[in-house]
Design a protein around this ligand. Structure first.
Ligand code: HEM
Length: 352
């Protein structure tokens, strides 16, 4: 058998070169991702930092939508969604759901009557091992057109400069429509009475291979009843989770899921722009909220409702938000799970 030849120093260095390139490349990529080369670049860290409330970062909690209540239930698909996407979730049947009603605030102790935006995180799992995760809010459109503008909005709203919001609004006129909605839309006394909207657009592919750019909404079965914020404040700081717990104890709660398809030319990349009312809308099934679960150490604690976790038959569109959201949610998730020793926050709680 021939002896292997002893490698020369040159050939050893040569063989290490590709490794050095890989490590060096990874270091450069890391520095790039961290934003070291371009201080103006928006990074997940900057986005997440910008949510920090004046009261300080609430350790162990979601860095936005920190207050909420978990639930489990079922998505009952009626089969009609298969016209838009061949994802298994749209075939007629029942699929398990994990969800979370929540408030658009970074303060987990904010009184419910002080938070304008309510949300719903949803995960539907299917037997093919896939998941559809989504996080929706009750506003009809997003306040701004781009993730960069959203970051600027967070900075402006936290700024001590009394003109910060005025300056922001002048540069981002689309915020006026959101302001008008926030001032005029009725408040309600229940998570059950809200309509929750994806706002971001996604691309569904049907069984014939045709693409449809869509947004979706959950429409409440319970008719909304307007209640003034002053009246709601009298119901206590946590009336929303108390109300929904009581309501679901009395029987399951339903929302109809409607998927709306864009026409060519509709603004698919800008969630601050609604689509005209006459667009094709398909009722694809019903979300049934069956049981309210513990929030603190319950099944929602360790889930990230990342809107880019999609089954085959769905993908992201030209809307830049889902990618930005995905990176920010991952950062928030990393931070809050690393802070687990601070959560639960009371001595009587124990981690599972
Ligand atoms: C660039 C824009 C956005 C940023 C940076 C952002 C950031 C965040 C962060 C950091 C979280 C906490 C994630 C976690 O720890 O699990 C969160 C949660 C949430 N976001 Fe966003 N968000 C953005 C846009 C949106 C939009 C457009 C919607 C809805 C249409 C939305 C709805 C929600 C909801 C409902 C939750 C709570 C989900 C849960 O219960 O875990 N967000 N967001």
């Amino acid at each position: 058998m021939a002896q292997p030849r002893r490698p020369s120093a040159g050939s050893i260095l040569g063989s290490l070169a590709p490794i050095a390139v890989v490590i060096g490349g990874a270091a450069v990529a890391f520095a790039y991702t961290a934003g070291w080369f371009s201080p103006q670049r928006l990074t997940p860290d900057k986005l997440v930092d910008a949510f920090t409330p004046a009261t300080g970062e609430p350790l162990g909690h979601r860095k936005n939508h920190a207050k909420g209540i978990c639930f489990t239930g079922t998505f009952e698909a009626n089969g009609a969604g298969s016209a838009l996407s061949d994802a298994q979730v749209f075939t007629r049947g029942q699929f398990p759901v994990l969800g979370r009603f929540n408030l658009g605030t970074a303060d987990p102790n904010a009184p419910d009557a002080t938070v304008r935006v309510r949300g719903l995180g949803l995960r539907i799992s299917t037997p093919d091992g896939q998941e559809w995760r989504s996080a929706m809010i009750d506003t009809p459109f997003f306040p701004v057109s781009t993730p960069q503008a959203f970051y600027q909005l967070l900075l402006a709203s936290a700024s001590k400069d009394p003109d910060a919001m005025k300056t922001f609004a002048a540069a981002h006129p689309e915020i006026a429509a959101f302001g008008a909605w926030a001032d005029s839309a009725p408040w309600t006394g229940s998570y059950a009475e809200q309509r929750y909207n994806s706002l971001n657009s996604f691309v569904f592919t049907d069984g014939s291979g045709a693409d449809h750019t869509v947004r979706w909404s959950l429409l409440p079965a319970v008719p909304p009843v307007a209640v003034s914020p002053d009246e709601l404040a009298k119901r206590g700081p946590d009336f929303l989770e108390q109300e929904i717990t009581e309501r679901v104890r009395g029987g399951p709660l339903r929302f109809t899921m409607v998927v709306t398809a864009a026409n060519p030319g509709d603004p698919t990349a800008d969630p601050s722009k609604s689509w005209p009312e006459d667009r094709r809308a398909v009722e694809v099934g019903t979300l049934i909220v069956q049981q309210i679960e513990a929030e603190r150490n319950g099944p929602c604690r360790d889930i990230n409702f990342d809107p880019t976790v999609l089954p085959t038959g769905m993908r992201t569109s030209d809307d830049p938000f889902p990618a930005a959201r995905s990176s920010a949610y991952a950062k928030s998730y990393d931070r809050r799970t690393a802070e687990a020793s601070s959560y639960p926050r009371t001595a009587t709680d124990t981690k599972p």
